[in-house]
Design a protein around this ligand. Structure first.
Ligand code: FE
Length: 169
């Protein structure tokens, strides 16, 4: 499902259910998944298709966008860390997440400068900056210049490519 709207206004629904926490053990089908190994992954599309779930594969490798207000994290406020669902790379801290009305989880900065990579995206007659995972190059979403201080950036992400790990304390 491709959704191109940037901000549609706030919806009526509020997610109360806690997102399910994924662990490395739950990635048995994906031997490339790791939250500690940072080596860059260069795998063929056929391999990704085999090791990812169809829904994650579709967004990660074909750049699809989940429908606004449908993902598990768009209004989630738990304290913790978000990892790439395709490879386990650390992407965002909850401290950098902000309440956005666009219907996708939004962050003003990544954990590390090399957590993600950027690509110019000229699809659909627009000029946007695509954000891909710095380790596996999975499509994560786009970044816009209308975010809050201190960066002014809005990393507009697909929930399905994120996995949340709550802080231990
Ligand atoms: Fe990744």
């Amino acid at each position: 499902m491709v959704s191109l709207s940037v901000c549609n206004g706030a919806p009526n629904r509020k997610v109360t259910e806690k997102p399910k926490v994924m662990t490395e053990q739950q990635h048995k089908a994906n031997p490339y998944y790791s939250r500690t190994v940072t080596t860059t992954l260069t795998l063929s599309d056929a391999v990704w298709k085999k090791v990812l779930s169809p829904a994650v594969y579709e967004v990660a490798r074909h750049g699809s966008t989940e429908q606004a207000f449908t993902g598990k994290y768009w209004d989630y406020e738990g304290r913790g860390t978000y990892f790439c669902a395709a490879c386990g790379n650390m992407l965002f801290r909850s401290d950098a997440k902000f309440s956005s009305t666009c219907g996708w989880p939004s962050f003003f900065e990544t954990v590390r400068s090399n957590s993600v990579l950027y690509r110019k995206d000229l699809s659909f007659g627009m000029e946007r900056t695509e954000v891909v995972c710095g380790r596996c190059k999975a499509h994560l979403g786009h970044v816009f210049d209308d975010g809050p201080p201190p960066t002014g950036k809005r990393f507009c992400m697909n929930s399905i490519l994120l996995e949340f790990e709550p802080d231990k304390s």
